[in-house]
Design a binder for this molecule. Structure first.
Ligand SMILES: Nc1ncnc2c1ncn2[C@@H]1O[C@H](COP(=O)(O)OP(=O)(O)O)[C@@H](O)[C@H]1O
Ligand SMILES: [Mg+2]
Length: 270
């Protein structure tokens, strides 16, 4: 089985096309897509097969720092998971392993049915396109407008101008920022910048969204707003994994929670 179907000369199966369209329509509330370059998209199965499986994962950095120790974790398609734990406990390392920025020292990682230890180079890059990532410090391009920041992702993935326009506005609307489309990042509040970064992460409708301390720089109102948007994305079928050390955010929600402490992962709430 190939990792990703080639873009130009293949067409998705009727089933995957159908599922994909439903997710996109719910996200974008608009007409059907033209089907360009989304062939690798895989959506929640009726059986809720795992989106992420970590088996006996350990990560020791080159300097000897043991960031994760024998971690086992399964996240099903369509789940929303909080990963909590104090600073330095291994939360960011966990997410970096999931999107292939770091490699485990031992153990196996499956993401969206792909064994990450067997995926390298171009294939890894393609898998990463199917993962939306949100960071604490937003990582927006400073000299680009809100619209351009979001469009850039699609442009880099080879979407047509028509498709970029079709996706941009509903996504900005979803995060409540259509009216700020022509603003630059330094003209926005922290909460607004984080919402742009969420729009950028999901505009290509990835089945998996990873958010590393997305509320770390925000006040409580903006934090709740960000979590509300993440929940909304989860409600349309996107699997969401959020790290946070904000206990209050975790307390006011009823999603499953795991905690990492000194590299060890424990289930807190199922
Ligand atoms: N690139 C790196 N090189 C060496 N040690 C690292 C690196 N990244 C993280 N660490 C160490 O791994 C541990 C876990 O870090 P991290 O995953 O960033 O924790 P958290 O996100 O929970 O704050 C810490 O002790 C940290 O110092
Ligand atoms: Mg971190």
């Amino acid at each position: 089985m190939t990792f990703v179907a080639p873009r130009s000369d293949s067409s998705p199966t009727p089933v995957s096309q159908n599922i994909r369209e439903r997710l996109e329509q719910r996200l974008h509330r608009t007409s059907t897509p033209d089907g360009s370059n989304q062939d690798e998209f895989q959506e929640p199965q009726p059986t809720r097969s795992p989106m992420v499986v970590l088996s006996n994962i350990s990560k020791t950095y080159r300097n000897g720092s043991k960031a994760l120790i024998n971690v086992n974790l399964q996240v099903k398609r369509g789940d929303f998971l909080f990963v909590t734990g104090p600073s330095g406990s291994g939360k960011s390392t966990l997410l970096k392993l999931l999107y292939g920025q770091e490699r485990p020292s031992s153990g196996e990682i499956m993401v969206n049915d792909h064994n990450l230890s067997q995926v390298k180079g171009n294939r890894l890059a393609k898998l990463r396109r199917r993962i939306g990532i949100v960071f604490q410090d937003y990582k927006l391009i400073p000299r680009r407008t809100v619209a351009e920041n979001v469009e850039f992702v699609l442009w880099a993935q080879g979407f047509t101008r028509k498709e970029i326009n079709r996706r941009l506005w509903p996504t900005l609307k979803m995060v409540g920022l259509q009216h700020k489309a022509r603003c630059f990042p330094d003209e926005l509040s922290g909460g607004e910048q984080q919402r742009v970064s969420i729009a950028r992460a999901v505009v290509s409708t990835p089945p998996l969204l990873l958010a590393d301390e997305p509320t770390g720089n925000l006040d409580s109102d903006n934090s709740i707003q960000v979590i509300r948007i993440l929940k909304k994305l989860n409600s349309i079928g996107i699997t969401v994994i959020v790290t946070t050390h904000n206990e209050q955010l975790v307390r006011i929600s009823n999603h499953p929670v795991v905690q990492i402490h000194n590299g060890y992962l424990h289930q807190v709430r199922q």
